[in-house]
Design a protein around this ligand. Structure first.
Ligand SMILES: C[S@@+](CC[C@H](N)C(=O)[O-])C[C@H]1O[C@@H](n2cnc3c(N)ncnc32)[C@H](O)[C@@H]1O
Ligand code: SF4
Length: 335
């Protein structure tokens, strides 16, 4: 098969699948309450892809070169019987399958997810300070229950467990070092993420971004760090290890050092639209093709055509002028 690349020579290697646009949190940087309130028009159930439809698309993407799939959302664990989908996707040969969750519902599910074939997991936790965390998730959810989820993931053997921390200036930056101290030596890999201007509801300003270099310097001043070589092209996290051998961290500098040139990622929304960039405005409707009875070859050709035409490099072009461009929300498209 001819190698599938986009207009900038980038292959398709990763697929993020959003299984729901709903969430049990209202993180201030993602689904602010004022926008995602009681009247917000979330997708009705019939509009969501079924597990069978998701599996079929996942296999088609795998046939085009996708090696890694991340299940995400919204909050993926609010989708009922998610372990059934995990079991279906785990059957796809040679696939690195993982999941990103806020951890709220993880403790009682971790073992079932592992049993269904999930190998590793990423859990989001922005602060160990209960008050700060409750403010950031904005549903008064306590840190302790996310830590229970992390422990359950470790006990179930979902390794490595990664913990995503979105850093927002003035909100949780004081918690960076306590996070590093807490997780060093546990096997958990922290990944600090620069706060991004996704969607158009979070009121993003460049001043709110704590640059990755500042995060590394803050930790390194107390716990010396050295860089780790990237494991593969397109790895988004810049990796650092503690000089004393007690583990590693990653920083994701999508604002200060955009990595569009190496971006090999496609995103599938919960209602079956494929997006070729987190900052894309428009998706391509694969659900319509599925429900119109397209053959496997037709599906594959449609996805390949979308990828071949891909030109996106939003983060490299980001400037004051791009902040106000229309964008879709991360909870819909899949973070
Ligand atoms: C959209 S969430 C979906 C999965 C799950 N609900 C969770 O929170 O892990 C995926 C990741 O995106 C991150 N995220 C959300 N909004 C962001 C923003 N504006 N900038 C940077 N990261 C963001 C979250 O912190 C989370 O780690
Ligand atoms: S970051 Fe995750 S947990 Fe927070 S509101 Fe967005 S989807 Fe929900």
């Amino acid at each position: 098969m001819e190698r599938l690349v986009d207009t900038l020579g980038r292959p398709v290697r990763d697929l993020r699948i959003s299984v729901t646009d709903r969430c049990n949190f209202r993180c201030v940087y993602c689904m602010p309450k004022e926008v995602f309130g009681r009247d917000y028009p979330f997708l009705p159930r019939t509009e969501l892809l079924t597990f069978e439809e998701i599996e079929r698309l996942a296999r088609t993407f795998a046939g085009l070169g996708v090696e890694k799939i991340r299940i995400t959302g919204g909050e993926p664990l609010v989708r009922r019987d998610l372990e059934t989908l995990v079991g279906m996707l785990a059957q796809i040969d040679g696939l690195d399958l993982t999941l990103t969750t806020n951890g709220a519902l993880l403790a009682p599910k971790a073992q079932a997810l592992r049993g269904a074939g999930l190998k590793r997991i990423t859990i989001s936790l922005d602060s160990l300070d209960d008050e700060v965390f409750r403010t950031m998730n904005d549903v008064d959810f306590p840190v302790g229950r996310v830590l229970d989820g992390i422990d359950a993931a470790l006990a179930a053997g979902l390794e490595p467990v990664k913990v995503n921390v979105v850093v927002k200036r003035g909100l949780n930056e004081d918690g960076i070092l306590p996070m590093a101290r807490h997780f060093r030596g546990t096997g958990v890999v922290l990944r600090f993420i620069e706060y991004m201007d996704v969607g158009h509801t979070n009121g993003w300003r460049l001043d709110d971004v704590v640059p990755a270099a500042e995060i590394v310097a803050a930790i390194g001043a107390e716990l010396p760090l050295e860089p780790v070589e990237p494991a593969y092209r397109g790895e988004v996290a810049n990796r650092w290890r503690y000089v004393d051998g007690s583990g590693e961290i990653g920083v994701i500098s999508s604002v200060t050092h955009p990595f569009c040139g190496d971006c090999t990622r496609a995103r599938l929304s919960a209602d079956g639209k494929v997006y070729t960039c987190l900052f894309a405005v428009q998706g391509h409707d694969l659900r319509a093709l599925l429900r119109d009875g397209a053959s496997d070859e037709e599906l594959s050709a449609a996805i390949a055509a979308v990828w071949r035409a891909r030109t996106d490099r939003y983060s490299e072009l980001r400037s004051a002028a791009t902040v106000d461009l229309p964008k879709v929300e991360m909870s819909y498209i899949g973070g």
